[in-house]
Design a protein around this ligand. Structure first.
Ligand code: ME8
Length: 513
């Protein structure tokens, strides 16, 4: 039976259109999902939207709409962006779906039966921006510590979940499970947070103040707190309390990819909710950093959004994907600027990869009538091709440890090396001498096969470009190399006619002479 791989994104609030930050998370997940599909694993990739709570109720009200109707008309913005960016998800989850409501209510009933829920007065502060409760001591200058936004003082009867009871268990679990929270700095942040006493979680809102939520089971007076509802998606999306067989197949999730802004919800609330219900832990919580603009987090509520649609249309989806995946090490923040995208486009993409394709295909056209030449017996031990073939294990290792930037760095070393190889071997001079004919054939065969190997590795990152290279070389696409020895085979075949095609990364319109 094929190994399964279940990967999730956060569920995004529908109060505004998605921006570069949301695009980043989904591009990361899509890259990992594609990588695992190419390994022939059974992949389930889930993304979706978070549609309840004060923030959405308010956004709908501002538009003079009912919350559900408001959410419905926001969905196409997400779906169309994911389509544009080539995000191949398997399921789009909405927290307003009927199947989800059942799972959330079931979890609450289970917790009640376990004695982990009680009713009490809540006194504290609530931030609508982050939809999170804070104690007085957590506020920073009287504002929300996570978003800097306004907080409201709340004093009301509510239901509580006994999180405090599980604090010691969680500390122990995190300490004993390396890699549960990645990167380490985020793991340390959570362990630091858990040094303080852990407060119980207020999990309801009185209906008279907020009616837009999942009803609390057996009560007309309360709706469930939006985060408690939303986190449950990760199990309800794969059949919890609905389809035992599906749930058994996919759970535990292999990775929940999130931004560092929602680390506490995922690394404290969620594991404790699961533990209390007797459900297995997800294998990993992977928190990436923030894209910033002029030093501030790109955020819809700050209004400094960077539009992924415009950038993808201007530079191409693959260039946008490449920029996001390559610019920062996963986990760290990245300062966004369009100049940086342009720089990457001109150098890595157009000059290195695009040029390598163009010169190789042009020379095969010119010297061999567009057919891949027959290599001599020594081609198999060629140093460039050996470097290319040696990438299988390190690229795999980088991807399995969630370091897409390292994987791209390794691939680009060989792409650059291949361009040097052209300079060193000077095919144009070989073509002038009769004695250079075989060497010329060898060099062009090696370049074509190196490109095929690079395209094979690049499929998860730059799906469109990789597919172009593979189909132009008359190879099948997708091209899966399941093992090291598969990858060490020659991919291209001599005598096959290739198609040079247009430039992979054409000169930018505003730079064309
Ligand atoms: O928090 N840089 O939804 P949300 C990088 N509904 N990533 C960013 C980013 C930035 N500047 N801004 C946003 C919620 N993101 C909840 C989640 S999950 C059960 C519920 C990405 O719409 C990043 O993944 O505010 C971050 O965690 C997420 O969007 C927050 O999306």
């Amino acid at each position: 039976m094929a190994t399964k791989y279940y990967i999730t994104t956060p569920l995004y609030y529908v109060n505004a259109k998605p921006h570069i930050g949301h695009a980043y998370t989904n591009i990361l997940c899509d890259t990992f999902a594609r990588f695992h599909r190419l390994k022939d694993e059974d992949v389930f990739f889930m993304t979706g939207t978070d549609e309840h709570g004060t923030k959405i109720a308010k956004a709908a009200k501002d538009q003079g709409m009912e919350p559900k109707a408001y959410a419905d008309q926001m969905i196409p913005h997400f779906e169309s962006l994911w389509k544009l960016l080539g995000i191949q998800y398997d399921f789009f989850f909405r927290t307003t779906s009927q199947m989800h409501r059942g799972a959330v209510q079931q979890i609450l009933k289970d917790l009640e039966a376990k004695g982990d829920i009680y009713k009490s007065k809540y006194v504290g502060w609530y931030s609508v921006k982050s939809e999170t409760f804070y104690s007085e001591s957590e506020l920073v200058d009287g504002k929300c510590p996570d978003t800097g936004g306004e907080v409201q003082r709340i004093e009301e009867e509510n239901y509580f979940f006994k999180m405090s009871k599980y604090r010691d268990w969680l500390i122990d679990y995190i300490q004993k499970t390396p890699g549960f929270i990645q990167p380490d700095m985020r793991r340390n942040e959570i362990l630091g947070f858990l040094k303080q006493p852990l407060e119980d979680l207020c999990i309801t809102r009185p209906r008279e103040r907020l009616s837009w939520g999942i009803p609390y089971p057996g009560s007309d007076e309360y709706v469930i707190y939006v985060w408690f509802d939303a986190l449950v998606n990760y199990v309800s999306g794969v059949g919890y309390a609905r389809d035992a067989e599906q749930f058994k197949k996919w759970w535990p999730a292999d990775v929940h990819v999130i931004g560092k802004d929602i680390l506490r919800h995922h690394a404290v609330y969620w594991p404790i909710m699961l533990k209390a219900c007797g459900i297995e832990m997800p294998k990993k919580i992977l928190a990436h950093g923030w894209w910033t603009l002029s030093g501030a987090k790109v955020s819809k509520s700050s209004g400094n959004v960077v539009d992924p649609v415009g950038l993808s249309e201007k530079y191409g989806v693959d260039a946008f994907r490449y920029f996001l995946l390559n610019e920062v090490t996963l986990g760290l923040d990245g300062a966004y600027s369009e100049d940086l995208i342009r720089e990457r486009y001109r150098t890595d993409l157009a000059n290195d990869l695009g040029n390598l394709w163009f010169r190789t295909a042009s020379m095969i056209d010119r010297y061999f009538g567009g057919k891949i030449p027959k290599p001599g017996p020594d081609t198999g031990s060629d140093a460039l091709l050996s470097d290319a073939k040696a990438l299988f294990s390190p690229v795999r290792e980088a991807m399995e440890t969630y370091n897409p930037r390292d994987a791209l760095g390794l691939i680009w070393k060989v792409v650059k090396r291949a361009n040097q190889y052209v300079e060193e071997n000077k095919p144009w001079q070989l073509a002038k001498q009769e004695s250079g004919k075989q060497k010329l054939a060898d060099v062009l065969f090696v370049l074509a096969d190196t490109l095929a190997h690079m395209a094979c590795l690049l499929q998860p990152f730059l799906p469109g470009t990789a597919q172009k290279i593979l189909t132009r070389l008359q190879l099948k696409s997708p091209l899966a190399a399941k093992s090291k020895s598969d990858f060490e085979q020659m991919f291209v075949k001599n005598d096959v006619s290739i198609e040079r095609g247009d430039a992979l990364f054409p000169k930018l319109e505003d730079e064309a002479a």
